[in-house]
Design a protein around this ligand. Structure first.
Ligand code: SF4
Length: 358
């Protein structure tokens, strides 16, 4: 099996998490609770942590949120990123409150002097800044120059802000170039990665609800990751943020960049299928969440063709009306009553997981 090569960038440290260089792609999300509601925010961070989130961003819209951040940072199991728009003063406050990274939108942070001020403080705290260029707030002069929001315009904006930071020797930086148009996003990140060594935070902004947003995220982020571009990512969805983690992990795992849960292979079914395969796959998917081992597991719709069609799977099941079979790499190893199929699968999984650990 071929593996893809990640583009090597400079690195930043967000709390104890390394982004860039040859570090694995880092998955992040953002809370949607009121940051001033410390208890609700911490609850959500904890849920996201359990789901596999590795960095968390919280909105800092005002002084009260910047103050609440201090309590959140102390109890959060994840490094906390402060998301700031419009008011660079809040970013400075967030540094005092212990933010592990500051995300700003340079188009609305208030100009060169404010950026200088923020960067010199971030330097004292050794905290990285994400230059989060966003199509929605791109400078008017660039929109005019390029005749619209284009990849080149997004990249020029990012490079101009990086030049400002580099002029005071601030290089503790990541960059994002977000738009809601997937192809613009892909083109912008490709172009930027040819011109600059800084690590990249990938995302398609305003991607939409769970179904459509998953596809946009998978196409945009997945295309870039397949080209070795991207060091951390957020799949933006209009859904509970846990869904963002679920989808992000699937994108990263589909490309073989990281392995979180056993890979699930299942057939599309056809006229030979005699069971409710959709329901069975749903149950197996739930079971696999409890296994971290790098296994592949197949759930196939018939015993005649299933084992052969899923030969590459470490372990597989298929079922007829009364009996189910368990197979390993296409070879049937057990035949069991249908009612015992899932329990048998679990014990076989335990066995394989233990073998993998030894
Ligand atoms: S495994 Fe069986 S049921 Fe599934 S698609 Fe192949 S032939 Fe059809």
């Amino acid at each position: 099996m071929e593996t893809l090569k990640k583009r090597i960038t400079t690195t930043v440290k967000v709390g104890n998490v390394t982004i860039g260089g040859d570090a694995p792609v880092v998955i992040q999300s953002m809370t949607n609770t009121k940051t001033t509601d410390v208890s609700a925010t911490l609850d959500q961070i904890d849920q996201l942590f359990q789901a596999g989130c590795e960095l968390i961003r919280v909105a800092i819209p005002d002084d009260a949120a910047a103050t609440a951040l201090e309590k959140i940072v102390v109890s959060s199991p994840l490094p906390v990123i402060a998301d700031i728009h419009f008011d660079h003063r809040l970013a400075c406050q967030a540094l005092e409150s212990g933010a592990a990274k500051i995300r700003i939108n340079p188009g609305n942070i208030g100009g060169r002097d404010k950026l200088f001020d923020l960067a010199s403080r971030a330097k004292q705290f050794n905290v990285p800044i994400r230059i989060g260029v966003n199509a929605g707030s791109l400078e008017k002069k660039l929109v005019k120059k390029y005749g619209g929001i284009t990849a080149a315009a997004l990249v020029e904006s990012a490079l101009a802000y990086l030049e400002i930071l580099e002029s005071i020797d601030f290089r503790n930086v990541l960059v994002s170039l977000k738009a809601s148009d997937v192809y613009t996003v892909i083109s912008a990140y490709r172009l930027f990665s040819e011109k600059s060594p800084y690590p990249l935070h990938l995302g398609v902004t305003g991607a939409g609800p769970l179904g459509a947003g998953t596809i946009k995220g998978a196409v945009g982020i997945g295309t870039l990751l397949a080209e070795g571009i991207g060091d951390t990512l957020r799949v933006s969805l209009t859904a509970h943020p846990i869904e963002e983690i679920r989808v992000a992990r699937q994108i990263v795992q589909a490309l073989g960049l990281r392995k979180f849960v056993p890979e699930l292979i299942s057939c599309p079914t056809c006229g030979r299928c005699e069971i409710d395969l959709v329901a069975l796959v749903g149950k197996v998917e739930g079971i696999l969440q409890n296994y971290g081992a790098p296994l592949s597991v197949a759930v196939m719709g018939c015993a005649v063709n299933g084992p052969g069609e899923a030969k590459e799977a470490d372990l597989g099941i298929s079922a007829g009306k009364k009996h189910g079979i368990i197979f390993r790499h296409g070879k049937v190893v057990r035949t069991v009553r249908l009612d015992d199929l899932l329990e048998t699968l679990k014990s076989e999984l335990d066995l394989l997981a233990a073998q993998n650990m030894s």
